[in-house]
Design a protein around this ligand. Structure first.
Ligand SMILES: Cc1cc2nc3c(=O)[nH]c(=O)nc-3n(C[C@H](O)[C@H](O)[C@H](O)COP(=O)(O)OP(=O)(O)OC[C@H]3O[C@@H](n4cnc5c(N)ncnc54)[C@H](O)[C@@H]3O)c2cc1C
Length: 525
């Protein structure tokens, strides 16, 4: 390899969905010039490129391209915060490269701008911010797509394109300030777009509020789920709970807390391994007995938070048990209950729950955690593995996440239908209903299975297919697609997908960038 040339290696595409393309050639670019060189080389050699930021797109295919023959373009080494010296409370924008991870930006802000934070996802600390946003991922405060503007892209033609006012040059006072630019907004083309390789973008940072609390609402009567969702929708539209409220079913809530609860019971209470599962079940039945529980953040001045909680209570207090927690309250609760753990089962269950919840509590405040991934690793017998090793574990996980209208009764109907399809395959669905926009929500639904068991893998994949067919039969669609489902999702007869294909001729006429991803793989007949 010549000096300054991108490195070449191989990367295994085995991943939690159970669909993969084996060992792949992988080019590692560390600079914009190297990205250009990779695009030129791909054209010369007639190869396709599949760009990844950190490649941890778990449940959607990780670093597996939808079509055979692509070379991975690994951008994790492009991990600079390009305007690091200029970020401040008065200038809350970070210009980041694709390899910048949640951990990295969190640590940077904690050290240099502790009054600022950003919209974090519930995935690993080692996941990227840009790759996630480009696949239209969702953070605790809203869709990541809304946080990002001013893209720098190497298109499939090898042209360096800057969107918005970044086209005026990095020194323009508008470059990192005004998100819309002038003229057509091209940014949107590069989210689930695959017309180029994004090499950097502006990310909006957020001021830390004076006070921030988590509000949990446990729905008392499951038959009120539709009205409950409508109430949360109202609170979202009024701006009372402006972030994403997560309404989890019991399977999800318990799965999220299981490893933390078991760890506490094992380490702090000395419960023997053989008794752990049963004891953890009992503890969770005590602290999380409800079928549906929502968790959302309320932030602002102390007076704003008080007023918002009063409004939440007014709208939903009649049908749900409301609990408000913050770091201080959780710490005080733990101090009180932990010493009583061996004499009072209720105190033990609640202390265990607090120790499980604590890391998750920070998400709405911009503190990323590996807790959700550790949970999965724990469940599949590798509690000590690093979060980023999830694809190497036995954990099998497939997402099937429909966008849904903000209509409680309609959502209940679809969720019941999805649960029935999953049950037909012997699967329990882990579901969170995310109140994501003021007009729609997204159901994050996943299957869990043991990837060491070939029959279980085949069954889960068939179940995922059945769930998607069910959704399409209802006139619905996923908001984000797995690599394995691209061919089904993209219909060559649909004028929308034909237009999406025609745009390839503008930006990527040789179809070099991620062929078949959210696009037709070849010209339609
Ligand atoms: C337990 C668990 C919890 C999760 N929680 C969340 C969550 O809260 N929110 C959420 O959104 N996801 C979540 N995920 C899914 C996933 O792990 C994250 O979305 C993760 O951030 C995606 O991986 P990544 O950041 O490495 O992106 P990558 O895998 O690097 O990128 C995703 C895709 O975007 C495209 N892409 C990436 N970089 C570029 C580029 N520079 N130019 C052009 N195209 C590019 C590629 O096609 C790539 O496949 C979760 C997964 C699990 C297992």
């Amino acid at each position: 390899m010549a000096k300054g040339e991108p490195g070449t290696t191989r990367r295994n595409s085995r991943n939690v969905t159970g669909w993969d393309r084996g060992d792949l050639e992988c080019w590692q670019a560390r600079t914009v010039d190297q990205v250009k060189a990779c695009v030129d080389r791909a054209r010369r050699e007639g190869r396709a490129l599949y760009p990844i930021s950190t490649g941890l797109n778990w449940g959607y295919g990780s670093a597996t391209p939808p079509r055979d023959g692509a070379v991975l373009l690994d951008l994790s080494g492009m991990n600079r915060i390009l305007n690091a010296g200029q970020i401040s409370e008065a200038n809350p924008v970070a210009v980041i490269e694709p390899g910048v991870t949640q951990r990295q930006l969190h640590e940077f802000l904690s050290q240099f701008c502790p009054r600022l934070s950003f919209n974090v996802t519930g995935s690993s600390v080692d996941t990227s911010i840009l790759g996630n946003a480009l696949d239209r991922g969702v953070g605790y405060l809203g869709p990541r797509r809304d946080d990002v503007f001013g893209l720098e892209v190497v298109t499939g033609r090898g042209v360096l394109l800057k969107t918005g006012f970044r086209r005026l040059g990095e020194d323009s006072p508008l470059a990192h300030a005004h998100p819309y630019g002038l003229g057509p907004m091209l940014d949107g083309l590069f989210f689930q777009g695959n017309y180029g390789v994004v090499t950097s973008a502006c990310l909006k940072l957020l001021p830390r509020p004076e006070r921030s609390v988590a509000v949990s609402l446990a729905l008392r009567d499951v038959s009120n789920l539709g009205a409950f969702l409508d109430g949360l929708a109202l609170l979202k539209r009024l701006g009372v709970m402006g972030g994403v409220n997560h309404v989890g079913n019991r399977a999800r809530t318990r799965a999220s807390m299981m490893s933390g609860v078991s760890e506490y019971l094992g380490i702090s209470c000395g419960v023997a391994d053989a008794d752990l599962a049963a004891e953890a079940d009992r503890a969770l039945a005590t602290v999380a007995p409800y079928e549906w529980t929502s968790l959302g953040g309320v932030a602002g001045s102390a007076a704003q938070v008080r007023a918002a909680i009063a409004e939440v209570r007014r709208v939903l207090g009649g049908m749900a048990k409301l609990t408000v927690v913050d770091d201080a309250k959780l710490a005080a609760g733990f101090r009180l209950l932990n010493p009583l753990r061996n004499i009072w089962p209720w105190a033990r269950a609640n202390a265990a729950a607090i120790s499980a919840i604590r890391p998750l509590q920070g998400l709405a405040d911009g503190r990323p955690t590996d807790a959700a991934i550790t949970n999965l690793l724990w469940r599949y017998g590798q509690p000590q593995a690093a979060g980023r090793e999830l694809d190497e574990s036995r954990c099998g996980l497939i997402f099937i996440n429909p966008a849904l209208p903000m209509d409680g009764a309609a959502v209940v109907d679809v969720v019941d239908g999805m649960k029935a399809v999953a049950a037909g395959f012997g699967h329990e669905l882990y579901i969170t209903l995310n109140i994501e926009t003021t007009t729609s929500l997204v159901a994050v639904a996943n299957l869990l299975f043991d990837r060491g068991d070939a029959a279980a893998v085949a069954n889960a994949q068939a179940c995922a297919r059945g769930l998607w067919e069910y959704l399409r039969g209802r006139g619905l669609e996923v908001y984000r697609a797995r690599a394995d489902m691209m061919e089904s999702v993209v219909d060559p007869q649909d004028p929308f997908w034909r237009t999406v294909w025609e745009l390839k001729s503008v930006f990527d006429p040789d179809n070099l960038i991620a062929p078949g991803r959210y696009n037709l793989a070849q010209a339609p007949v």
